[in-house]
Structures are given as structure tokens and as C-alpha cells.
Ligand binder design. Sequence first.
Ligand SMILES: [Zn+2]
Length: 294
Amino acid sequence: MWIVALSLLLTSCAHDPDAGKLRVTVIDVGQGDSILIETPTGHAMLIDGGGSNRDDEGDPRHVGLRTVVPYLRYRGIDHLDAIVLTHPHADHVGGLPDILREVHTDTVLDGTTLPFPSPAYAAFLTEVRNRHIPYRRVVRGTHLDFGDGVTADALNPPTGLPYGTATDNATMNNYSAVFLLSYGKTHMLLDGDAQLEAEENMLAAYPNLQADALKCGHHGAANATSDAWLDRVRPRYAAISCGLHNPFHHPNPATLARLKAHGVQAYVTATDGAVIFVSDGARVTATGAVKRSE
Ligand SMILES: [Zn+2]
């Protein structure tokens, strides 16, 4: 029995060159966000569950079952330490109820700051409540320690309501949870849908902010990933999560031009497939699952 278990373990390690490293996958969920974090000792956290803002794509929840859960299974994950919702828009929350039903989850962290009575968000909260999953809000200063050298710190949303109380898209985006992942000397910054106002707020709060890899805010829209943000963060790699031929025309050519001008190697899920950042604590590498590798 033990020999079988050991050989299976050795086999799985032999087939996974990223074992023992920090691995962050920006999953290709079409127009939306879903990011899987796997730590060196096998802890796993999911940030957002994909979804869709488009009625003509059918039920937006299906991306959870169709894409995210199969990817978790493929990675051998049957248990998540945490699910984070950056903000309650359907392209982030839509897939989460199905994921919560399929994958045991220890805790749920929610970046939602303003009341947002949408059916997709309500379905998520209902699922969390029905499953009695410990739930807490994310605010600046929320600190997660995976116990193996990997930490995650929330840089946004700040306490108070600096972006106002309107529930328009831009305001809700600016309140997105933003996490800085750290492992050894390396950092990865996951921006949710944060836009320029949130970037300015974080620039003022974190003068020493830097990251090797950046998940760009708001699907590569023109109103995120500013020159000032790139000047401060100085990423080597960037990922943009968006769908092919999406109605918002993400990523915006101006955003891609800014990334290029800053010497950032950018990957877009619509054309590169899942984008995978791997850190051994000293160095980050990036790979596009479909088209390109570093
Ligand atoms: Zn979004």
C-alpha cells in the first residue's frame, strides 16, 4: 500500500516540473477572471471563478463547471484553502457557486465593498451560507500566510470609501481586491479589475511596490495599467485575461503599447491560452499554454 502510494507520489512529481514551486495560473475562462495559486507545499487558493457579462453566451455559471473545475481536477486539487472574490461582477463571481459545490473550500474571502444585489452575487453568497464556509471581507492589510514561504497581502480595497459609493462599473472595479503574492525574492501582483483610481491610491500607499509578474487590471482595458503603475511595479511579465472577440474590445491597444514601451512581455489568455507564472523563490518564468513559451 505504502509502496504504491509512494510510487504514485514520485510519478506525479516526475511529471510536474513545477512541483515544489509557486505556480500561478491565469486560467483561460474567456471574458472574465479566474486565477489559481498553488504553493510549494500544495496549498491552493482560487481568485475569482470566471463567468460572463453577456446574455448571449448562455448561463454565465457554466464556465465554473466547464473550465475551472476540470482544471483544478487536472492539477490534482480536490480542496481549496481559500476562494477569493475580487468584486461581485458576473465575469468574476458567475462560476463560483458551481465551484463551491464541487470543490471543498476552507474559507471564502470577499473584496465586495458596496452593496451589490445581483442574481450572480446572491447565488454565491447563498452557496457560501448553505455550506457554512467561514467568510470574511478582504481589506487592505489582509494577510495570508501559507506556511511555506508564500504570503499574500491585500493592497486594495482600502478601508473607508475613497472611490465613492456609486455602484457603477468603474467604482465597483476600483474596489476590487488586489493581492501581492510573495515568495522568496519574487513577487506577483494580481490586480483584479482595479482601474486608474485604485492604482493611484495604491501608488500613494505603497512607495516600494514591485512585482516580477503582473495580472493586469480590468482585462487590459485602457483605464488600467497606467504608465505610472508600470513605472512603479516594473514587471517583467504581464497577463491579460479576456475573451476572443469580446464586446469590450479588451485588451485595448493602448494598454498593450504601454506594456511594450515598458519592456514587459505580455500574454493574453484570448490568444495564448492559460498564462502560467512559476517562481522558485529566486526567479519567475512565464508561459502561455497554447501559443508561446518564454
Ligand atoms: Zn471583470
